[in-house]
Design a protein around this ligand. Structure first.
Ligand code: DON
Length: 556
């Protein structure tokens, strides 16, 4: 297997433009998500005449049932839409800090960060998913709301077959084991669900049925809200009925930039992703970094140096734009980008200390999820949403059956202290009531000659933006098809820790060349799980699920 992959990779390197792996191809419409039932729910809505926004809501609700580590009602996310008529919009349904949140709420009496931002009731920000999906669907969808929620109700009420990966994930989730309700639902009280068993979730079905009947209002003001607020109060959580009532999704203008004649539409703050992708690509554009080929030491060195520089900016300047003036145009200005590019030594890695000091921490196993959709009219939707860590805070709300996020950990709980992704931050990303924590989620859409070319995104914490960028590079610079671009090994650098993370398939001599340039390499099993759709020149859609996980691309 490894040999086959190595040969395929070699074929790509030696003959740029050769296709090694085949994406799923369809003429009119395509859905790519992390889970088969969710993809099928999206395709069914499209076939029944719904548009990509309807399908996005349906897939979002379905994943809340079938992909519990990240699919959610208790979390939040971003939806990027590019309409067939050329308009684009960005719906921000990221969680917000509760009204009672305070800047130092995760520090103990000695000023040391506690685990409360990661585990348990106090880790949760006010969830945004139900409101965000409803906002998008009501404003831009055309199907009946009840039809869009229906597949998720059925999956929760009647159950679905647990996959091999899900069975493993549920069994090994330590956070779920710590909360009786989570353990009961997701770990069969310690006897565990096996692959092939049915997971039936009656409490979650009840919540979804109310959303189907009464709208997201029930989640924020009705029965669900009341149960959630009461459980929060009982368990020392912060979220109140007021928090829920006041939660709003925000509609923002997407960020746009150009790279080698392609237009990139991507996530604005409170995501750090879009600015990062645009800045890093701008730094690379005039370097000729791609000349030695995909996966070459030269290409990886330049790209890693661009990554290292952006993460120093991220730590300092990025936060919720409703609370902090993010200097977007300065970070993307040609003068600044030229300065960054000029500071890269082609033969030697820069020491991250010389860019910005930080803290070192390893990454934990984590989860978020991304899905990409194109409909027959040509509307494109890219959604990334999350509970933050795998299964979020570990808390399933009694009576409601959904897990709560631990998104509060995406704030900078203390200046210079690394969060669970090793990211550091400061004032720009400090905790304030109603503020949204800084995100890396980067749903993106690339245009070629003004027409849709690539819809792309991924989970992976701070590695999201660097992975989305690599898929864009693979398609634009290395001429790979969507599936090869998604399959190709990935790497990541985030300045702090000062390590170049690489997937295992890069060759030992490439690694050696990078070490000779001064990079410290850390081999990691996998980096991210992309869901991409490419518009091929012949008019076909190419859907690429990531073989690193159990996703599915399907269309018609
Ligand atoms: O918003 C963010 O950047 C993080 N909460 C995303 C977490 C994530 O992607 C974990 N997935 N593997």
């Amino acid at each position: 297997m490894r040999r086959t992959i190595a040969c395929l990779l070699l074929a790509i390197l030696v003959f740029p433009g050769v296709e090694a792996a085949q994406p799923v191809r369809a003429r009119k419409a395509m859905v790519v998500s992390r889970e088969t039932n969710a993809t099928d729910a999206g395709v069914a809505i499209l076939r029944a005449g719904g548009n990509a926004i309807d399908a996005a809501a349906a897939v979002g609700f379905a994943l809340a049932v079938t992909h519990p580590s990240a699919g959610n009602l208790g979390g939040g996310g971003f939806m990027l839409i590019r309409f067939a008529d050329g308009r684009a919009t960005f719906i921000d349904f990221r969680e917000r800090a509760p009204l009672h949140a305070t800047r130092d709420m995760y520090l103990d009496k000695d000023g040391k960060p506690t685990r409360d931002s990661v585990l348990g009731w106090r880790a949760a920000g006010v969830p945004g998913t139900a409101r965000g999906l409803e906002f998008a669907q009501r404003k831009y969808g055309k199907a009946k709301w009840a039809d869009v929620v229906a597949p998720s109700v059925k999956l929760a009420r009647e159950g679905f077959a647990i996959s091999y990966g899900l069975a493993n994930g549920l069994k090994t989730a330590k956070n779920l084991a710590q909360f009786p309700e989570s353990k009961r639902i997701f770990q069969k009280s310690g006897s565990y669900h096996a692959a092939g068993d049915k997971l039936v979730q009656p409490e979650l079905a009840g919540v979804l049925e109310r959303i189907q009947r009464l709208g997201a209002r029930d989640f924020y003001e009705g029965e669900t809200a009341k149960i959630l607020a009461a459980e929060m109060a009982k368990n020392g959580g912060l979220i109140t009925l007021d928090d829920l009532k006041q939660y709003e999704a925000a509609e923002r203008k997407p960020l746009e930039g150009n790279y080698r004649g392609f237009k990139i539409i991507t996530a604005p703050p409170p995501s750090s992703g879009g600015i990062g992708i645009l800045q890093m690509l701008a730094v690379l554009e005039k370097t000729g970094y791609e000349k030695e080929g995909a996966g070459s030491a030269q290409a990886i060195h330049y790209t890693a140096e661009a990554m290292r520089r952006y993460y120093a900016d991220r730590a300092e300047h990025l936060g919720d734009p409703d609370f902090w003036p993010v200097p977007v145009s300065k970070l993307l200005s040609p003068a600044y980008v030229n300065k960054l590019r000029a500071s890269i030594n082609p033969d030697k890695a820069t020491n991250s200390d010389d860019i910005k000091a930080g803290d070192l921490k390893t990454m934990e196993s984590t989860e978020t999820t991304h899905y990409s959709i194109v409909d027959a009219e040509g509307n494109c939707v890219a959604v990334t949403y999350t509970l933050n860590g795998g299964y979020g805070s570990g808390v399933a709300v009694p009576g409601l059956g959904f897990l709560l996020n631990n998104e509060m950990d995406d704030f900078s709980v203390k200046p210079g202290h690394a969060n669970m992704y090793g990211a550091i931050g400061g004032e720009a990303n400090a905790i304030l009531p109603k503020k949204r924590p800084l995100s890396s989620m980067s749903p993106s859409i690339v245009l070629k000659d003004g027409k849709p070319f690539l819809v792309v995104g991924t989970p992976g914490g701070t590695r999201i933006l660097t992975s989305v960028m690599q898929v864009i590079q693979n398609v634009v610079d290395f001429k790979m098809n969507a599936q090869d671009a998604v399959n190709f090994p990935r790497f990541h650098h985030q300045s702090r820790p000062d390590k170049l993370q690489m997937e295992p398939l890069f060759s030992p001599d490439t690694r050696k060349l990078l070490e000779q340039r001064g990079h410290t390499i850390e081999i990691v099993r996998t980096i991210c799980e992309i869901a991409a759709i490419q518009f091929e020149d012949n008019g076909w859609l190419a859907g690429a699920a990531d073989p690193r996980v159990e996703g599915k691309a399907a269309g018609y």
